[in-house]
Write a protein that binds this ligand. Structure first.
Ligand code: GRF
Length: 201
């Protein structure tokens, strides 16, 4: 799992993964920041961590390769980005493309980009429904094939902070549900369509 922030999504997965029936375990956490709250959550749960800070690398490609190496150590079947505040490029996608999920706090393709800006954008636009999108990453910003979406109403008087917290409740539940389903039932991608479970094509 890749995090840069508080790691409440990570916390939700950690709360689910001790149940063998869940089918998935968090095998490692990589952060782009040494002070990410998610690291503390991982350590408390006995999950190994690594920090790959862009400031320690000469350029984006070198950092991207280092993130790939750090993730590879954990030999994951699925990689989850939750609040990982950096776009991953070709070196990472070469290794983990097709099996890296990102969770985004808006109904894509509306309001892509950094989470805070996505929530503000939805509010400023005056939408009545927003939500969270779980999608596979590709080389674009929040453009990969969509795995699942959940709608969340915008209420009168919402501030970006209040709306984000409402979205994050739904987002965490969605992440836990779909990571478990993918682990138990498998996933395949047909063009832009992600199929979880069901007979192999
Ligand atoms: C989530 O809302 C995610 O969609 C966004 O950043 C937030 C991360 O939250 N990209 P947390 O660190 O898991 O609490």
């Amino acid at each position: 799992m890749l995090v840069s922030g508080g790691g409440t999504n990570l916390g939700a997965l950690l709360a689910a993964h001790d149940d063998p029936a869940y089918g998935a375990r968090v095998v490692g956490v990589v952060s782009s920041r040494g002070d990410a709250g998610g690291l503390e959550r991982a350590r408390a749960a006995g999950v190994p961590t690594a920090v790959v800070d862009p400031a320690d690398f000469p350029d984006r490609t070198a950092w991207d390769e280092a993130v790939g190496r750090a993730v590879e150590v954990f030999d994951p079947q699925l990689v989850v980005l939750a609040g990982f505040m950096r776009l991953l490029g070709e070196p990472f996608l070469r290794r983990f493309g097709g099996r890296t999920l990102n969770t985004h706090p808006a109904l894509l393709p509306s309001f892509p980009g950094l989470g805070g800006a996505a929530v503000r954008g939805a509010l400023e636009h005056g939408v009545k429904l927003t939500g969270s999108t779980l999608h596979l990453i590709d080389e674009g910003t929040d453009t990969g094939p969509i795995v699942a979406q959940v709608a969340v109403p915008v209420e009168p008087g919402d501030t970006p902070e209040v709306l984000l917290e409402r979205i994050k409740v739904a987002e965490r539940a969605q992440l836990v549900e779909w990571v478990g389903r993918i682990a138990r039932e498998g996933m395949r991608v047909e063009g832009r369509t992600v199929v979880v479970g069901g007979p192999a094509a």
